[in-house]
Design a protein around this ligand. Structure first.
Ligand SMILES: NC(=O)c1ccc[n+]([C@@H]2O[C@H](COP(=O)([O-])OP(=O)(O)OC[C@H]3O[C@@H](n4cnc5c(N)ncnc54)[C@H](OP(=O)(O)O)[C@@H]3O)[C@@H](O)[C@H]2O)c1
Length: 271
């Protein structure tokens, strides 16, 4: 944890899964931690663990879909702790969604759940980091943001949009000392995704994922993909001709025919 010492660390999306584990892993070491999510009880439990490990911890219940609330969170953390040294924008959700069944509102909703929640924090954070002379903004993207994954199309698209936005911000804001790290996990066995019934090759545990994230927060690479197996698979698929990669992806998604995809979509929604 060489460089994650005596920092103020804000984690948006910290009540469960990867974000909760990262909060627990960065606790102590002189760090001050702020955790944010919508579920108050789950968030309070994470904050209690962080405090027990020796860090002051603010737990703030706020919906990242609300830009006013997001700006207030950033202002409150800066007021309480003086700076925001590291922000992990981790809120996001990738529901199983077959394009044969998705409505326009469904697709727009997934964009909001992954893109808007990031932008709502990104803007006030950039202002805060400019005022204080720099800092790190990390974001939990996904290997699904590097290519269109069947039944995860709207999610892939939303994560890809975040990726390109941060790529531009990284170049623009480097002269002001603002760094950006995009994290690209493969499948992680968190409670929410475990229930969706989709195949998950090379899945890793929450604890393994959090270790990768904390290492990246320490080293601050522009991009960190993990585990290497899924990362290599995605990179390989991207250089294959589209009909070949399409056939592999259909097989991995567990359905070969569009009808099968539709039936699977209906089943997953309990229809
Ligand atoms: N699990 C995987 O296989 C996987 C793979 C690649 C990338 N990811 C990405 O990793 C991140 C974390 O996901 P996870 O798997 O750890 O799932 P998770 O347990 O559902 O974690 C998501 C966190 O974000 C919070 N959140 C979601 N929407 C929010 C909102 N509108 N406002 C505030 N907080 C919000 C959730 O808390 P509340 O519900 O309490 O608000 C929760 O704390 C996501 O961005 C996801 O896309 C996950």
């Amino acid at each position: 944890m060489a460089r994650l010492v005596d920092r103020t660390i804000l984690i948006v999306g910290a009540s469960s899964g990867i974000g909760a584990q990262v909060a627990r892993d960065v606790a102590g070491h002189g760090n001050r931690v702020a955790v944010v999510a919508r579920r108050a009880a789950e968030l309070a439990a994470v904050a209690a663990d962080v405090r027990a490990a020796g860090s002051p911890c603010l737990d703030i219940v706020a919906d990242a879909l609300d830009p006013v609330a997001a700006a207030a969170v950033v202002a409150r953390v800066a007021a309480e702790f003086g700076t925001v040294d590291v922000a992990l924008l981790n809120a996001g959700q990738g529901p199983d969604m077959a394009m044969a069944e998705a409505g326009v509102a469904d697709v727009a909703r997934v964009m909001a759940l992954n893109y808007d929640v990031t932008v709502n924090y990104l803007v006030p954070l950039i202002a805060q980091l400019r005022r204080q002379g720099g800092g790190l903004i990390a974001q939990t993207n996904s290997l699904a943001g590097l290519m269109g994954i069947p039944r995860q199309g709207p999610y892939s698209a939303a994560k890809a949009a975040v990726r390109t936005l941060l790529d531009a911000a990284r170049v623009e804001l480097a002269p002001e000392g603002i760094r950006f790290t995009s994290l690209y996990p493969g499948f992680v066995a968190t409670a929410r995704v475990s229930a969706d019934g989709l195949p998950k090759p090379f899945q890793i545990s929450e604890k393994q994922a959090a270790r990768h994230v904390v290492r990246a927060l320490r080293r601050e690479p522009a991009n960190a993909s993990f585990p290497w197996t899924t990362s290599a698979l995605v990179r390989f698929l991207r250089v294959l001709p589209a009909p070949v990669s399409g056939a592999v992806l259909r097989k991995l998604a567990g359905r070969r025919e569009p009808d099968g995809l539709r039936a699977a979509g209906r089943r997953s929604r309990g229809a």
